[in-house]
Design a protein around this ligand. Structure first.
Ligand SMILES: *Cc1c(COP(=O)(O)O)cnc(C)c1O
Length: 383
């Protein structure tokens, strides 16, 4: 059950009528600079890389949703992640889930790894094993839960406790669950990050990212990267994201309801070999998912009974689901990870993660679930 207070928070956080005009919605402050009365004397804004009222309103709303003291908004999910890992030091060691979002893995390996920061990619769903991989220089554990595309769930509380025993911090990429279904800071994590491009934006019309934390020291460091490197959320994106947040709780409720219905349909279909959704009792970590999430969000993966050609024909036979990368928008999408989102993952790792030619990932939208299931049924009938 979604915490009913979040419906109110989503609508109101960060929104106060404009003091000058009474405008109910925060205007789009499409300006780079702000007039000063005397040198250094201004109304709190001087240059939009530093602060901008449209971005301030968004950050207030994002912080409220994650019950965080601080939120810092970026121009993309990866810019937000970079602002975190940029603060590591040469010699630091980081444990990362091996099925981390491909772009995050690329950022860590190619851009940050070359400064002598070691990222070790392991199965974080096995806490006993993770314990054996902690070293004296382990400074961070990077979690994604649920993961993509096989919907693995990691124990955020247990990993946070383990990290803190060893003076490390935990970062959770909460993009898939959203703060509506999962509150990592309350589970013990230190930092939450999002690709706001996905559910928070929710309409497939922008790219954005954010970092939320209650840790003053980390908030200051990440805020400094936002200012000093400048990958800020612009006024229009900030406005659109803030607008989207108002419907986040109602959208997520519908995404989860539809995804559950789609997952149950696929699970019982003779032409589907396996269905991956944390909301199914057959999911290996269903109990853990239930203990740390209050809903299972809108992404469902499945293995169809067939080869690449069959998978391709299936995606082409669909009428409502659009074949496209990304997820989290109001419209339903289907993706072939091996050929699309995960094409850059080395083949050996893909095989280890179970990403084969017959795996498909569905971002279940907020349309009628009857229509979505009929669409899937007619495409499966043609196979
Ligand atoms: C999309 C995505 C990202 C990257 O975000 P961008 O906005 O594309 O930069 C990071 N993590 C997850 C889980 C994602 O789905």
């Amino acid at each position: 059950m979604i915490d009913s207070k979040l419906y109110t928070t989503a609508v109101h956080a960060g929104t106060t009528p404009d003091p000058q005009t009474g405008a109910v919605m925060t205007p789009i402050y499409q300006t780079s600079t702000f007039a000063q009365e005397a040198p250094g004397v201004h109304k709190g804004w001087d240059y939009s890389r530093g602060t901008n009222p449209s971005r301030d309103a968004l950050e207030t709303a994002l912080a409220a949703l994650e019950h965080a003291d601080h939120a810092i908004a970026f121009s993309s999910g990866l810019a937000a992640e970079q602002a975190i890992v940029q603060n590591l030091e040469t010699g630091d060691h980081v444990l990362v889930c091996n099925d981390v979002y491909g772009g995050s893995g690329r950022l860590f390996r190619t851009l940050i790894g070359k400064f002598g920061i070691e990222f070790e990619f392991i199965d974080l769903s096995d806490v006993v094993f993770v314990k054996t991989r902690i070293r004296s220089n382990t400074k961070m554990i990077w979690i994604e839960s649920p993961t993509n595309p096989t919907m693995k769930v990691m124990d955020i509380s247990a990993l946070s406790a383990l990290a803190h025993e060893n003076d490390a911090i935990v970062v959770v990429d909460n993009t898939f669950a959203t703060p509506i279904f999962q509150q990592p800071l309350a589970l013990g994590a230190d930092i939450v990050t999002h690709s706001t491009t996905k559910y928070i934006g929710g309409h497939s019309d922008l790219i954005g990212g954010a970092v939320m934390t209650n840790n003053e020291n980390w908030a200051e460091k990440v805020r400094y990267v936002q200012f000093a490197a400048g990958a800020v959320s612009g006024p229009i994106e900030s406005f659109l994201l803030h607008r989207s947040i108002k419907t986040l709780a109602v959208r997520m409720a519908q995404h989860a309801k539809n995804a559950q219905a789609v997952a149950e349909f696929l699970e019982g279909h003779p032409k589907i070999r396996a269905t991956y959704y944390p909301g199914l009792p057959a999911h290996p970590q269903h109990e853990l998912a239930k203990s740390q999430m209050c809903g299972f969000s809108g992404v469902v993966s499945c293995d169809i009974d067939g080869d690449l050609e069959a998978a391709t024909r299936f995606t082409q036979a669909l009428n409502i689901f659009t074949l496209a990368e990304s997820l989290g928008g109001v419209e339903s999408l289907i993706n072939h990870p091996e050929q699309m989102t995960h094409a850059s993952v080395p083949e050996e790792l893909r095989r280890e993660l179970g990403i084969g030619e017959s795996l498909l990932r569905l971002s279940v939208g907020i349309e009628s679930s009857d229509d979505l299931i009929s669409d899937l049924a007619q495409a499966l009938d043609k196979m």
